[in-house]
Design a protein around this ligand. Structure first.
Ligand code: WT7
Length: 663
């Protein structure tokens, strides 16, 4: 973020007080902050009482061996039981859990909590029959269909940690995740619907099984949901149809309770190296953190609210705020399979109107897209049921915040800008809709029970009005426990930067304004945020150099009006690729973009690739991405004195127009 943008932000003086009726009946009031501060562990223990435990904990937090935390030590719990069974037992079985909406029109299904319980039980029985035991990992690669929720809860029910891989990721990405966590079963479908067409998934799984085998991991079974009816290649010894295995299984399943620290899932996310990190979340603390924050931040009234989080289940937002948080709270929610523009650009608002959505949670990139499409589209629908609006994934610029509040929220609905990460598992910094006077662009303050600060290089808290690094200064229940199979990288990545202070390093820059409220400023490491999704520059660089025509590559995230940041790549070709003329043909650029899509997924496909003769490097050989960012954002290139060869930037700028490509 440029200094100018930042200073504009901080001069933002609009304030939005909570609506009086919401404040009067709010789940959480201002007293919670002080109460949690006075005794953090007692506060979280109180929140843990919201769940059903087979056996209560002996100790709230074990932080004797930091950074390895244990929460609700000695407690026994089952996440699936808490999301499903207990609601049925409490007489809420007929309540709709999911208003599922397929992308093709008229393709919708309502699933009650009782039905969900039966389906989860069947899937748990089927997984056990396929040989899955407690502790085994199961990979899930599915579109946004109810079966993905059923599959996750079935895994949780039998204590088999799931790893959900976003359906937009490539077979390569799926294989490396399957191999890293040694998953022996994959749950997938023939395909799903996107932008009006059936898009296949099974072929990527077939490839991934082979690739994982080459990396030493044998996938024993592939469980396949029939969604689109498209043709699939079938391996009788390995592939099993969901409708054969699950839908014919018994709906009786007695669930077992597990230790509070039993692994619940592994979610892979990009780091600063080429290898994604397997973030490990365990059961008790994670469920307490997501359940409480979902109830507090959205002021959830489970009996009357209809909640909709638009995130894909393949990302952590889908895990925490579509599956575990909302279902543990017995909410009725909407789940939508497709894209917002299919078959028309008002599809989301049509769904809000149809189901009477009251709480709506989405990402700034979507909000900016709707702004571009025009306010007349949402204006055609009745959005008057909405009472809380949420934002997540990247900083929300004041313009988008105001548009969201005015156009979707009729200028009366509070907007909660929620900061958190795959690693934190739960929302950490956010306004409370019944308490906080919101400032457009600020995530405001740490939630009750959460402790955040902004520090300088030496780990000292900066005064109000200053910026620095965002840190979390106390453990919290849904925190990651480690990186799957890599305790060292876990310590190194998050806990070494401020080891002396014992702070968790979030990797984000932040500023405290004059009131001490927090403004998030984006990543301070080599991680990009494209449409609210995290991508690693190094990972895309490795993908590019794995192409035979590429000698070297450097990737930067350049500011983009809609997606927040966009992937821009600078590529040096191999001599052999240059034969037959210097000019980089458009086809080659397209080929490289396709190659990244194949290696990682469409989301990582560079917006722009520039073929350059050199890359700017320091004398020690480190690529100076800062300078490339200047070029990608059409700025004057900054200080070049640390470059080994200061003429390089001129060469790059000359080539810039020749090699650019966009679509
Ligand atoms: C990174 C985490 C949290 C689920 C989705 C992304 C950025 C997230 C905000 C926000 C400013 C935000 C940060 C963070 N981020 N929410 N409200 N304001 N920045 O999860 O892929 O783990 O990415 O997203 O940079 O570190 P993720």
């Amino acid at each position: 973020m440029s200094d100018e943008t930042l200073s504009n932000l901080l001069h933002e003086d609009r304030r939005f007080e909570p609506p009086a009726d919401l404040a009067a009946h709010a789940n959480v009031t201002a007293e919670a902050y002080a109460r949690a501060d006075a005794d953090r562990e007692a506060f979280w223990a109180e929140q843990a009482e919201r769940l059903d435990w087979d056996q209560k904990w002996d100790r709230v937090l074990d932080w004797d061996d930091p950074p390895f935390a244990k929460w609700f030590v000695g407690g026994r719990i089952n996440a699936s039981y808490n999301c499903v069974d207990r609601h049925v037992a409490a007489g809420k079985g007929d309540k709709v859990a999911l208003h599922w909406v397929g992308e093709p029109e008229d393709d919708a299904r309502d699933i009650t909590y009782a039905e969900l319980k039966d389906q989860v039980s069947q899937a748990a029985n089927a997984l056990t029959d396929l040989g899955v035991q407690t502790g085994d990992r199961v990979a899930i690669y599915l579109p946004m269909i109810p079966e993905v929720v059923v599959a996750m809860l079935a895994c949780a029910r039998i204590g088999a940690p799931h790893t959900v891989v976003f359906g937009g990721f490539s077979s390569e990405a799926l294989a490396s995740r399957v191999a890293d966590c040694e998953a022996k079963v994959i749950i997938t479908s023939d395909g799903g619907y996107r932008r009006g067409a059936a898009s296949a998934l099974k072929p990527a799984v077939d490839e991934a099984v082979e690739k994982a085998a080459a990396q030493g991991q044998r996938v024993e079974k592939v469980l396949v949901v029939r969604r689109t009816g498209q043709d699939v290649d079938w391996d009788d010894s390995r592939d099993v149809w969901w409708h054969d295995a699950v839908e014919k299984a018994s709906t009786e399943h007695e669930c077992e309770f597990f230790d509070s620290e039993h692994p619940l899932y592994v979610m892979y996310t990009s780091g600063t190296t080429g290898k994604p990190k397997g973030i490990l979340h365990t059961t008790g603390g994670y469920l307490v953190g997501t359940s409480y924050t979902h109830w507090a931040v959205f002021d959830l009234k489970a009996d009357t609210d209809v909640y909709w989080c638009t995130a894909d289940v393949g990302w952590v937002t889908g895990h925490s705020y579509m599956v575990y948080g909302p279902l543990s709270n017995n909410v009725t929610q909407v789940m939508y399979e497709g894209t917002p523009d299919s078959p028309h650009k008002g599809r989301w608002w049509e769904i809000v109107e149809k189901y009477g959505v009251t709480i709506f949670y989405t990402a700034p990139t979507a909000i900016r897209t709707f702004m571009k499409w025009g306010s007349d589209i949402p204006a055609k629908f009745d959005l008057s049921t909405i009472r809380v609006l949420g934002s997540v994934g990247e900083p929300i610029n004041p313009e988008a915040y105001i548009w969201y509040r005015e156009t979707i929220g009729a200028s009366r609905v509070p907007v909660v800008d929620t900061w958190w990460q795959t690693e934190t598992g739960q929302i950490m910094i956010s306004p409370l809709p019944g308490v906080t006077a919101g400032k457009p662009g600020s995530a405001m303050t740490a939630l009750p029970g959460v402790s955040a600060d902004v520090v300088n290089d030496d780990g000292e808290s900066v005064p109000n009005g200053s910026g620095g690094f965002l840190v979390l200064t106390k453990p919290w229940p849904a925190m990651l426990r480690t990186l799957w199979g890599d305790d060292e990288r876990f310590k190194d990545t998050y806990w070494s930067r401020f080891a002396e202070e014992g702070f968790y390093f979030a990797g984000d820059g932040a500023k405290k304004d004059e009131d001490g409220d927090l403004w998030l400023l984006g990543r301070v490491d080599d991680v990009m945020n494209v449409s609210g999704h995290r991508l690693s520059t190094t990972e895309i660089e490795s993908a590019l150099v794995s192409h035979p025509k590429v000698a070297e590559a450097a990737v930067v995230g350049a500011a983009d009006e809609t997606t927040g940041q966009a992937v821009c790549a600078f590529v040096i070709l191999r001599e052999s690729a240059l034969e037959g003329g210097e000019a980089a043909p458009d086809e080659l650029i397209q080929e490289l973009r396709q190659h990244v899509q194949k290696e990682i997924g469409a989301i990582a496909k560079p917006r722009q690739i520039m073929i350059v003769p050199e890359l700017p490097k320091t004398r020690s050989g480190k690529i100076m991405r800062r300078l490339l960012k200047d070029v990608a954002e059409n700025r004057d290139v900054g200080d070049v004195t640390t470059l080994a060869d200061s003429t390089v930037m001129d060469l790059i700028k000359d080539k810039q127009t020749a090699g650019a490509s966009e679509d």
